[in-house]
Design a protein around this ligand. Structure first.
Ligand code: ASP
Length: 337
């Protein structure tokens, strides 16, 4: 081997090291937490098959988001990817599998927020967009507005070329049965169990930016174009770099009145509470006025927190330090850290 050849060989070994080694060494911290709704569910009511299916749904969503974050993608892309996965999963009350209104329709709400710019987008009462979270993102990025509702939002969705579906696409038999049960036993204005299913995600990316996203069909039996907390920035969703990102689920009227998502962030920013205390205290304020549900939060360093006052909340987390999905369902099960 000539000297020249040896030199070029050692240079390529050096180059290989330069490509191979630093990729792992320079992976900066990232973190992702997800929820699939909260509600009144006894452990005995969840069959092992169903539990497995829900956990698999959460795992798939966490993996979709982790793929983005691991590759150095943005927290905004990650939370959108997570929520799209859960919107496509008929088990959850968002996108396909959404609950029905009193009139037997599916009216979908969603919102997304970018912690780096404080830009946000939201949609309420949409009926034809397969993935409402992507429509919320389009509102944020392609319109001068923060929230669009109903026919106008459906029209904007079409104009943006987002995938349109027939309203029947969202229907599942299980959700229809829930509506029929609700119709028979009509005392409650809204289904008090709300039986799980709203979905949401919060994430920190390798560049240190936070984002949050939430999507839902709302509550079984909703009427009069009711809108819950999910599409309301500051109630169901909030993100601010260096402080926190939040996605909520539960009886939306109470989360609106307590501006729950923003409250978590303000507790951290102004009272110096850690993210778990801020999540718990915010849930305590919801409990005090008669609301129920839960929320996921993440601080500026990517530490996740889960707060709830229901019997359970489908939830999970994954991060650069623990890169395998971890999930929990019941409130007496410890939450992933
Ligand atoms: N928060 C949602 C709403 O009020 C429902 C839920 O999270 O279960 O529309």
């Amino acid at each position: 081997m000539t000297l020249c050849k040896i030199r070029s060989l050692s240079l390529s070994i050096l180059a290989l090291c330069a490509v191979g080694a630093p990729a792992a060494a320079t992976e900066r911290p990232w973190s992702l937490a997800v929820h699939g709704g909260s509600g009144v569910l006894e452990r005995s009511e969840l069959t092992p098959e169903k539990e497995k299916a829900y956990r698999a749904g959460l795992d798939a969503a966490l993996e979709a988001g982790a793929k983005v974050l691991k590759a150095g993608g943005s927290s905004l892309d990650a939370v959108e990817a997570v929520v799209r996965t859960l919107e496509d999963n008929p088990l959850f009350n968002a996108g396909k599998g959404a609950v029905f209104t009193a009139e037997g329709r599916n009216e979908l709400d969603a919102s997304i927020m970018d912690g780096a710019t404080l830009k946000a987008g939201a949609v309420a009462g949409v009926t034809r967009t397969r993935n409402p979270i992507s429509l919320a993102r389009a509102v944020m990025e392609k319109s001068p507005h923060v929230m669009l509702a109903r026919e106008g939002a459906d029209l904007f969705s079409k104009e943006q070329g987002l995938e349109q579906v027939e309203p029947g696409y969202f229907r599942t038999e299980e959700r229809w049965k829930q509506l029929e049960t609700w119709r028979k036993d009509h005392q409650a204005m809204l289904d008090p169990t709300h039986l799980f299913g709203t979905v949401g995600a919060v994430a920190l990316d390798q560049a240190g930016h936070l984002a949050a996203a939430t999507s839902t069909g709302g509550m079984t039996g909703k009427r009069w174009a009711r809108v819950g907390d999910t599409p309301i920035i500051g109630a169901g969703t909030y993100a601010r770099d260096g402080v926190c990102a939040v996605s909520a689920t539960g009886s939306g009227e109470y989360f609106i009145r307590e501006t729950a998502a923003r409250q978590v962030c303000d507790r951290i920013a102004w009272k110096g509470e850690d993210v778990q205390t801020a999540a718990d205290q915010t849930m305590a304020s919801i409990t005090k006025i008669g609301g129920d549900g839960g929320l996921i939060a993440m601080d500026g360093q990517g530490r996740p927190a889960f707060g709830m006052n229901d019997l359970g909340m489908y939830r999970g987390a994954i991060s650069s330090t623990t890169p395998t999905p971890r999930t929990a369902i019941f409130s007496n099960e410890s939450s992933p850290r």
